[in-house]
Design a protein around this ligand. Structure first.
Ligand code: UGA
Length: 443
């Protein structure tokens, strides 16, 4: 099959590469010339395990091409995936400028029946607005062609995007057209094996399903973080509680890890957009708004623990920071808890010596000119001579730490762990003060 993918961000690029990999003929369109040039040179501008190889091999095979020429993209195929960014506006609502710009171009160049698939995360009702925009642009030039707009949200996670795309838990298709359903069924067939994972529904329900899934995940995390804060005050260990409740299959073990707050480009933005959409519809989403508030507060927890360790005075201290990305296996620092911590530390007069296996480039981009940030080239370099160590991201290489070395090389024996990576008894045996999430105070 031939398909055009509009947008070469996480969702667009992964969709395009994975569809090309099973033999579809794909053209990727992006208005960012530099990005397209980079992709044409065989370089992927984002860090995502396996994506570079997948893009390169399919580009080489001629099944994956890149262009900034939108009209060519419209003429190339009869199946379009819209996967452009929908950044948050100041008020939390999703900015749909990029979506409508693609829709207009489709309307300006449509020449036969086309299927338009919304893959970006978009508020309920967007498909019908896209339809209206295409109609308007088409009519303005006196043309009249049939087309369908459907919702097919993507559920991939950064860091395991290819695995998520190729082994989907579900393929949501929001449409009332049997032609659309059948076309997407065929398109995804190579990845829809063993049992049929395609769930079809009306378009508005499909749009809401995407937000509902992320809202559920965010709620689980904030629930656990709140429970961790209670456990800490009641002298219980949240890690035991986590195992205790996770063993109930109705609750499950996934997404109940307490920590220093959820970040990334999706959960926080989608929570705000959903709450905003609810408000616009005259309903206050109390639970969703609280989940987001609990998360924002949780991002301050490591700073408070450091303040506590240093009697409220962090001036002139040097804090080692392991992990800048919002989670492992990505270089993405959008809404990362590490940023809240660093900014609070600077405000309090402390310096930060940071190390991340992949996000140092991103850190340079965000904070390159900050004199109070030292870019370390290894975890050890960050920690050596620091007053305390804070851990923000659970990268594999931080999971095993040499506590003897840390005791000898930290100026103060303080570890503040935002991901509960270590066994408190083992850390404390080395004479280190260990502050974790929901695991009691250091003895
Ligand atoms: C999230 C969803 O998991 C995907 O299903 C969805 O497709 C995607 O958003 C999207 O809308 O595009 P992602 O943002 O890549 O994926 O990251 P997650 O793996 O969901 O992690 C989000 C945050 O939650 C991270 O900061 C992570 O550290 C935190 N987290 C996750 C916890 O604090 N505890 C947990 O138990 C799990």
């Amino acid at each position: 099959m031939k398909a055009t993918v509009f947008g070469t961000g996480y969702v667009g690029l992964v969709t395009a590469a994975c569809l090309a990999d099973v033999g579809h003929d794909i053209v990727c369109i992006d208005v960012d010339e530099e990005r397209i040039e980079t992709l044409r040179r065989g370089k992927v501008p984002i860090f995502e395990p396996g994506l570079q190889e997948l893009v390169a091999s399919n580009a080489q095979a001629g099944r994956l091409r890149f262009s900034t020429n939108t009209p060519i993209g419209v003429r190339f195929a009869d199946l379009f995936f819209i996967a452009v960014g929908t950044p948050p506006r100041e008020d939390g609502s999703a900015d749909l400028t990029n979506i409508f710009s693609v829709a207009r171009t489709i309307g300006e160049h449509i020449d036969c029946y086309k299927i338009v698939v919304d893959k970006s995360t978009v508020p309920v009702g967007t498909a019908s607005l896209v339809e209206g925009t295409i109609q308007q642009a088409m009519r303005a030039r006196g043309a009249d062609h049939r087309f369908d707009v459907c919702s097919n949200p993507e559920f991939l996670k950064e860091g395991s995007a290819i695995e998520d795309f190729t082994k989907p838990a579900r393929i949501i298709v929001g449409t009332d057209s049997e032609t659309v359903r059948k076309t997407l069924q065929d398109c995804y067939a190579p990845y829809n094996r063993n049992h049929d994972k395609l769930i079809s529904m009306d378009v508005r329900s499909a749009e809401l399903t995407k937000y509902a899934a992320n809202a559920m995940l965010a709620t689980k995390i904030s629930f656990m973080n709140e429970l961790a804060n209670i456990a800490e005050r009641l002298g219980a260990d949240i890690e035991d509680v986590r195992k205790g409740i996770g063993s109930d299959p109705r609750i499950g073990y996934q997404f109940i890890y307490p920590g220093c707050g959820y970040g990334g480009s999706c959960l926080p933005k989608d929570m705000r957009a959903l709450a905003h959409a609810a408000r616009d519809a005259g309903f206050t989403a109390e639970l969703l708004e609280t989940v987001e508030r609990v998360n924002n507060a949780q991002k301050h927890t490591l700073f408070h623990k450091l303040e506590q360790a240093f009697d409220g005075d962090l001036r002139g201290r040097r804090i080692a920071l392991w992990g800048l990305a919002f989670k492992p296996n990505t270089d993405d620092m959008r809404e990362a808890p590490s940023r809240v911590l660093m900014e609070e530390l600077w405000e309090a007069g402390a310096n930060v010596a940071a190390f991340d296996p992949e996000a140092m480039g991103e850190a340079h981009r965000h904070y390159g000119n900050r004199p109070m940030l030292i870019f370390a080239s290894s975890p050890q370099e960050a920690a050596k001579g620091a007053d305390a160590l804070a851990v923000c991201t659970e990268w594999k290489q931080f999971r095993i730490a040499d506590f003897g070395w840390l005791k000898a090389n930290l100026r103060n024996p303080v570890i503040v762990d935002g991901r509960n990576l270590y066994d408190p008894a083992q850390v404390r045996r080395h004479g280190l003060l260990y502050y974790a999430i929901g695991r009691g105070e250091p003895a």
